[in-house]
Write a protein that binds this ligand. Sequence first.
Ligand SMILES: NC(=O)c1ccc[n+]([C@@H]2O[C@H](COP(=O)([O-])OP(=O)(O)OC[C@H]3O[C@@H](n4cnc5c(N)ncnc54)[C@H](O)[C@@H]3O)[C@@H](O)[C@H]2O)c1
Length: 287
Amino acid sequence: MLGRDSSIAIHRSFVVQEVTGCSGGGSDEMKTQYRDMFNLDGRVAIITGAGRGIGKAIGHALGAWGAKIVVADIDSDLAKGTVDELEAAGIDAIAVVLDITASGAPKDLFDTAESRFGRTDILVNNAGVSARIPAESYPDADFDAMVDLNLGAVFRGMREAASRWIKEEHPGVIINLASFAGVVADPLSAPYAATKGAVVQLTRTCAVEWAPYGIRVNAIGPGYVRTEMTAHTLDTPEAGAVIRAKTALGRAGRTDEIANAALYLAADASSYTTGHILMVDGGWTAA
Ligand SMILES: NC(=O)c1ccc[n+]([C@@H]2O[C@H](COP(=O)([O-])OP(=O)(O)OC[C@H]3O[C@@H](n4cnc5c(N)ncnc54)[C@H](O)[C@@H]3O)[C@@H](O)[C@H]2O)c1
């Protein structure tokens, strides 16, 4: 297992490479160097909302490359189900059952992760809700709950991670789940779109603010991905047809296609990427 010192040493070796260029001498050495770029051995990833859907797939992707996974979810059956799946795949994982919007939840989550695994390296702010309701009749209570989870909990999680990593001089990685709806209009989703647009700006702003500490902050902007969140909409003939027509690749995404992006952003392969919103949307926002 990589200790924190060796992780920092690896991080520093990238700084040296900024001056020397690629450090590889022969082609075998370079192959190893490129393979190691995705190695997450010994690192600990906290993923909120990993009980199902995109968060669960991210757990599999990071775990497959060696990360230990902290599955944080409000639903205990889902959280335990993900942990069982990960363990069956040979991945070290624990479930932390909590409502991430509750007072003190991010602190409890990081404390539990550290007491079990001794460190934290990656935070994936994935838990979120969506709703398709006309803006003119959107209920106040639903608006407040959505902002609290999709934006408030994301910010509080980022703050918890960064305050610890700055104190520890540890270059951690934050990945936020934004959305195509955070950068272009998606009618019937005004509050959802607003929270995701805010996550885009949180990502950019904190990336610049925390760059001096080596902390990287990026976001993923998925298009429509088939999960329990979207199945109803995708299976409604009219809405499903509109979604396929607006997606250049002509289909909904799969959760593993989003997880691949998270793997890149979590790994040293993306060591020079921060403040970036990686659109994984089948070309929706390119059109
Ligand atoms: N599926 C898509 O098409 C899509 C598109 C763009 C962005 N996203 C974003 O990706 C993320 C994951 O989406 P998904 O489709 O996998 O959703 P999902 O509904 O399938 O899964 C969300 C998970 O979060 C958990 N959760 C909900 N509230 C929580 C809380 N308060 N505390 C802790 N856990 C909580 C749920 O129990 C569930 O396991 C969300 O932020 C979503 O907005 C999804």
